[in-house]
Design a protein around this ligand. Structure first.
Ligand code: BES
Ligand code: MN
Ligand code: ZN
Length: 489
């Protein structure tokens, strides 16, 4: 699919889309189209519930006097904010794919045209995502490929420049969705590391550590999780140096459990397939690094992902084992299914120790308990720094990747005290997401840190305008915005 911006409409398109403002007020292009079609547009604007409210759509089939299959009236509302323009783009692409239009021309004449046009294009791209590479037989009625969308605006040049950046973010979201969607026989630590290595084409420096190097570093927590797997565990570091030499980096750390069976504390069978997306945090870090490099962000950013497969096996870790993490702290393993925190313990310690970041943010599909607390609407946010928490909350609202702050505290920390080691890896029946976060906090060594528990938001059974069902890509837009607002000059 090609999206272009132009000051002039192409000669022909299957679908023509024009804006109608709140109160059925036709935009200039809608008015012109109304004249050509002897009033079909203004009549359609008066049908049914359509009133021009943001993101409403009305459709005219086989319009008279026009070489096009369809006209769509788009509700432009009173005025656009970025998100509603984005959502309108997502709605548009859904309608076009459903209708089988191959080409479309969208007229954008609104206030702040360049921004609105670029955001509509962004929404179109996000909403057009599909993961169909393993479907070899197309069925009649399956949605069609759109070949070309032209957005007509007098601010075409500036819209195009704005979209360049947004498109880089969308490419990051696509990569995140791709790796999360891949089946676990295809995507495992080594192949995920290969995906990361591809970012070197964009100027990202990529380093992959294998089990020998991690043993050398003393990463007993991460390695213990992977020891029951036939696949080698990996730790991948991605470095993007877009900032000044002296500036400390911002660091992102992702949980990359490419499949979580629970290990010897085996999970129940039904729904276990879903644990292919237990590498969601690492997928976000990968997509974010692609976005930052793709738009040449003026920041020094580090992405670290801990990649393991949690399998039951003759060599697997047992409940009762005690492991020593890279930090030197020992951990009593009481449930091998509480593995994400073990992976992150070493990944976080390594990141702060080696890169001394100004802030460190981890993402992980860490606990089922966060879905009990927050459902699928917000990711859980935990932080030892109020400013960092506030910035993430605001970036979440601005991008619709919403986060909700949860508490940390000594009383919770006590829940992970062990009588035989420095800590245990489970905290008991209550406050499971919080005790998991307390565990992570023991490995940040005082660094300003935030933890996003994305277990509830990484995968969705329902489609939205800009995220088809499946892997949502939650977190890429959020962190890209967070970086651009606070860490780029
Ligand atoms: N990967 C899971 C958490 C999860 C559950 C993510 C459902 C997405 C959907 C994690 O490794 C896990 O198994 N957590 C346990 C922790 C418990 C054993 C303390 C959980 O949440 O039940
Ligand atoms: Mn688990
Ligand atoms: Zn897990």
């Amino acid at each position: 699919m090609k999206i272009t911006f132009s000051t002039k409409a192409p000669k022909k398109a299957d679908s023509i889309l024009v804006g109608v403002e709140e109160g059925r007020k036709l935009t200039a292009s809608a008015q012109e189209l109304d004249d050509v079609t002897s009033g079909m547009v203004s009549r359609a604007a008066k049908t049914g519930k359509f009133s021009g409210k943001t993101a409403q759509v009305a459709e005219v089939l086989a319009p008279a006097g026009l070489d096009a299959d369809r006209i769509y009236l788009l509700g432009f509302g009173k005025e656009f904010d970025q998100l509603s323009a984005q959502k309108l783009g997502g709605t548009i692409i859904g309608r076009l794919m459903g209708a089988g239009s191959k080409t479309a021309t969208i007229f954008v004449d609104a206030a702040d045209e360049a921004e609105v046009a670029a955001q509509i294009a962004f929404g179109i791209k996000l909403g057009a995502y599909k993961f169909e590479k393993y479907i070899t037989k197309k069925e009649e009625g399956d949605s069609t490929e759109i070949s070309e969308i032209t957005i007509v605006t007098k601010a075409a040049t500036s819209a195009d420049q704005k979209f360049d950046n947004l498109n880089a973010v969308a490419e990051g979201v696509y990569l995140t969705r791709d790796v999360i969607s891949e089946p676990p026989n295809v995507l495992y630590p080594e192949t995920m590391a290969n995906e990361a290595e591809k970012l070197s084409e964009l100027g990202v420096k990529v380093t992959v550590l294998g089990e020998a190097e991690m043993t050398e570093l003393g990463m007993g927590a991460l390695l213990g999780v992977g020891q029951g797997s036939a696949r080698e565990s990996k730790l991948v570091v991605m470095e993007w140096k877009g900032g000044t030499k002296s500036e400390a980096p911002v660091a992102f750390v992702g949980k990359g459990v490419t499949f979580d069976t629970g290990g010897i504390s085996l999970k129940p069978g039904p729904g276990m397939d879903e644990m292919k997306w237990d590498m969601g945090g690492s997928g976000v870090v990968l997509g974010l690094m692609k976005a930052l490099a793709g738009r040449q962000a003026k920041v020094n950013a580090i992405g670290v992902i801990g990649l393991v497969e949690n399998m039951p096996d003759g060599n697997a870790q047992r409940p009762g084992d005690i492991v020593t993490s890279m930090s030197g702290q020992t951990i009593e393993i009481l449930n091998t299914d509480a593995e994400g925190r073990l992976v992150l313990a070493d990944a976080l310690w390594y990141t702060q120790d080696k890169y001394k970041p100004q802030i460190m943010i981890d993402l992980a599909t860490l606990t089922g308990a966060i879905m009990v607390s927050l459902g699928q609407e917000h990711a859980g946010l935990f932080s030892n720094d109020d400013q960092l928490a506030e910035r993430l909350t605001a970036a979440g609202l601005a991008t619709d990747d919403k986060v909700w702050r949860m508490p940390l505290g000594d009383a919770y920390d006590k829940q992970i005290k062990s009588s035989v080691a420095d800590m245990k890896n489970i905290g008991g029946k209550y406050g499971g997401s919080i005790t998991a976060a307390q565990f992570l906090q023991r490995y940040v060594n005082g660094t300003k840190w935030a933890h996003l528990d994305i277990a509830g938001v990484t995968w969705s059974a329902k489609s939205t305008a800009t995220a088809p069902k499946g892997a949502t890509g939650f977190g890429v837009k959020l962190l890209d915005r967070f970086v651009s607002e606070h860490y780029e000059g």
